[in-house]
Design a protein around this ligand. Structure first.
Ligand code: AHR
Length: 337
């Protein structure tokens, strides 16, 4: 008989998914309690299930790794995965979720492209008794019962870590350019807020230009080129990019403008993908704050428990590190994405 691992949980608001080692002394996200998702509880095979996943798109290396993790985990466990790529459009995600409901899947999971506008379709899933897992990104809703669980990163903490790292690196003095993620998305909103919080105590750290680069390399490059043509851009000493892909695009623009990325402009970004580690190795990127895309295992752990009628934590955060020239070498060879 399946062991009921979570039935003794009293405070089960927040869990911690430890799939990446914390290789930094940065403070961990606030954890109310840490009942980690434990995986299959005993040798009894989990019931085969069908999970509908509505993905954002394929905008970044992070996203591609995230998709790969979900597909690989479904295959490994022998579950059926109905996968939909929304190509950055909320209406496509809503259509996909409606189609999953119509097909009667056991569990729906999705990475919301933006934070708002989900209540109607999630009410339909709830009425059909299909549990919903928010993967990677949170939503804004007055009704928290519209989803069963969230698994992903603490984006605000990632922003704080980036700001804190930059304050230390620059001794609290920087004219900062900011490349934001997709407008209205949880990572863009929260990473911006967390960074602003961290630099608020440093009067000589100022964001002088801020614009979206849509989480893509191409837009990161394009927006950085435009920044560098302005007086603020020409005087900038630092760049904060909400993801590595935009930072890598910006590095190309900085080099094209005859400046040295990593020296003339100190660069901190978020994700921790392989190309960011390579850029740190080359001295062109200074720091990447990790955001773990390997959410396939915790998503299917949650889905299996839900199908088995077990209790799951409402929030499960990934455990993540901060990497710069001092510790990137510990990880670079093992980073697969
Ligand atoms: O939601 C996670 C963010 O989305 C990643 O930081 C970014 O690379 C992706 O596109």
């Amino acid at each position: 008989m399946r062991k009921m691992l979570l039935t003794t949980m009293t405070v089960s608001l927040v869990g911690l998914w430890a799939c990446a080692p914390a290789t930094t002394d940065a403070p961990p996200p606030p954890v109310v309690s840490a009942p980690a998702i434990d995986g299959p509880a005993d040798s009894a095979p989990a019931q085969k299930l069908t999970l509908g996943f509505a993905q954002v798109g394929a905008e970044s290396d992070w996203r591609k790794a995230n998709t790969e993790s979900i597909k690989a985990e479904a295959e490994k466990r022998g579950h059926e995965l109905k996968f939909s790529d929304a190509q950055q459009k909320q209406e496509n995600q809503i259509k996909a979720i409606r189609s999953f409901i119509a097909q009667g899947v056991d569990v729906i999971a999705f990475a919301p492209v933006v934070e708002t506008g989900w209540d109607a379709v999630l009410a339909e899933a709830k009425a059909a008794n299909i549990p919903v897992i928010l993967s990677d990104r949170t939503i804004n809703t007055q009704d928290e019962t519209l989803y069963t669980a969230f698994v992903g990163s603490d984006f605000r903490e990632e922003g704080r870590r980036a700001g804190k790292w930059l304050a230390e690196k620059t001794n609290g003095e920087a004219s900062i350019l900011e490349l934001q993620g997709t407008p209205g998305s949880a990572p863009a909103n929260e990473r911006k807020a967390g960074f602003a919080e961290a630099i608020a105590d440093f009067p000589n750290m100022k964001i002088v230009k801020s614009q979206t680069g849509e989480f893509t390399r191409a837009m990161g490059k394009e927006v950085m080129e435009a920044f560098l043509k302005t007086p603020e851009g020409q005087g900038a000493t630092a760049l904060y990019a909400h993801n590595d892909d935009m930072a890598i695009g910006a590095i190309q623009a900085i080099e094209a403008a005859g400046k040295k990325p990593g020296q003339d402009i100190v660069i901190v970004s978020v994700d921790g993908v392989k190309d960011a580690f390579l850029a740190i190795q080359e001295g062109k990127l200074n720091c990447t704050v990790e955001c773990n895309p390997l959410l396939g295992p915790p998503i299917f752990d949650l889905a299996e428990k839900l199908v088995a009628g077990e209790q799951v934590p409402k929030i499960t955060y990934s455990e993540e590190g901060v990497f710069d020239e001092n510790n990137y070498a510990d990880v670079i060879n093992d980073r697969k994405y």
